[in-house]
Design a protein around this ligand. Structure first.
Ligand SMILES: [Zn+2]
Length: 397
């Protein structure tokens, strides 16, 4: 039997079984391990099906998988074994072709048999080890990308950190789908912004009682009297406080990892400090401090970096300006000699550019959420890129 395909590494641990084990012991597998699914817990059956071992693990991303198997060891030591997703045999399997294959398999299997029993041992060791690593892998989430990315910096690569709001979606008008809730199964904590911003997350409490909703606003000097402005992540000064809060909460969730989280926090705080200096440097050289934004989400940024928001197009999120408001915006533009309007990715380009034209302003785009590939793939990059957009739009002194 030849190993087919260029790689013996399966895509993930789920539904994975060495093909010849599967073929050779198909009947016992069907009897004893239906379905053969490591995510649900399955049984790895030896050729005779006599000894088996239950394995429970989560799906692993491909890189973990190949690392765990070791590409070379699979190819060289298990060269007669091809790994493939487990599928139930279709009817009509006993065709002359498959009989011929089975005959060949039986012959190869006989010669391989002794070796395979030995080969199973590393499999069991690997799977057993991975099973332990996977079940203890911390799974957490955050409603929006900036908070998820901060959490990832603290929790480290070992943790699985989900961003709930899809890239490009409007957080102010989002609803959780059943699919999104399903993806959150096993999440122990969800970091939320609060203050009405991501209230849509509250619906998970019923379906996922094990997921704690943890607000990250602690210790932040919030803008607003009765209704607080929730866009507080849009300043690196706030991000430092958010990072400290997340490190504390993660340390409470996993006391054994407390020191590691604190070390990650310290390293990340240093990076945030650097980014903060970059943004301060950019904003200190602006020709003007006055800006007009489309959506009223930049007050924290303005406060911390010395800008003045003289007007916003939307009175509140999603409301297009009335003629009365447009007239007022026109006044503001001339009074403050504005030259630029800062829109956002969520705003229709046509709407934003026709408005900018009406107001005789150049249009630039700030991104409050990020989470896409490219130059804003981390929260810190996102913030620095936004500062650069402002710097280039307004120009140097
Ligand atoms: Zn907003």
């Amino acid at each position: 039997m030849r190993a087919k395909g260029k790689s013996a590494i399966p895509e993930c641990f789920r539904h994975v079984i060495p093909e010849c084990f599967y073929r050779e012991s198909r009947s016992s597998i069907l009897r004893q391990a239906q379905p053969f699914d490591f995510a649900q817990g399955g049984e790895l059956v030896e050729p005779e099906g006599e000894r088996s071992r239950a394995i429970r693990t989560h799906a692993a991303p491909p890189q973990r998988c190949s690392a765990a198997f070791g590409a070379r060891s699979v190819d060289s030591r298990l060269k007669h074994v091809r790994l493939r997703p487990f599928r139930r045999p279709r009817k009509g399997l006993s065709s002359p072709e498959t009989d011929r294959v089975s005959g060949r398999l039986r012959r190869s299997a006989a010669s391989l048999h002794a070796g395979m029993t030995l080969l199973l041992i590393p499999f069991i060791l690997i799977f057993g080890f991975t099973a332990r690593a996977e079940t203890s892998r911390l799974k957490i989430a955050a409603t929006i990308f900036p908070i998820a990315d901060i959490a990832k910096q603290i929790a480290g690569e070992e943790a699985e950190v989900l961003t709930i709001l899809p890239a490009g979606a409007n957080p102010h008008a989002f609803e959780l789908t059943p699919r999104a809730v399903k993806a959150l199964e096993g999440v122990r904590a969800v970091f939320v912004v609060g203050h009405g911003f991501d209230d849509w997350i509250k619906t998970i409490s019923e379906s996922l009682p094990g997921a704690a909703l943890l607000n990250v606003d602690e210790g932040i000097d919030l803008i607003g009297d009765k209704d607080k402005d929730p866009h507080y992540w849009l300043a690196l000064t706030s991000a430092k406080t958010i990072a400290r809060t997340i490190a504390e909460r993660l340390g409470e969730l996993e006391p054994a990892e407390h020191d590691r989280y604190q070390a990650n926090l310290d390293a990340y705080l240093a990076k945030l400090e650097e980014g903060d200096q970059v943004i301060r440097n950019i904003s200190s050289h602006l020709a003007s401090r006055k800006i007009m934004t489309y959506h009223d989400g930049w007050r924290y940024f303005a406060r911390d970096y010395g800008l003045e928001i003289v007007g916003t197009v939307e009175s509140s999120q999603g409301n297009e300006p009335t003629p009365k408001r447009l007239a007022k915006l026109t006044q503001l533009v001339s009074r403050h000699r504005l030259k630029v309007l800062f829109s956002e990715p969520g705003v229709s380009k046509d709407v934003a550019s026709s408005l900018a034209q009406d107001l005789n302003l150049k249009l630039h785009v700030l991104d409050p959420i990020g989470g896409r590939d490219g130059p804003t793939r981390s929260y810190l990059d996102l913030m620095v890129v936004n500062a650069r957009v402002i710097g280039e739009a307004i120009g140097d002194e």
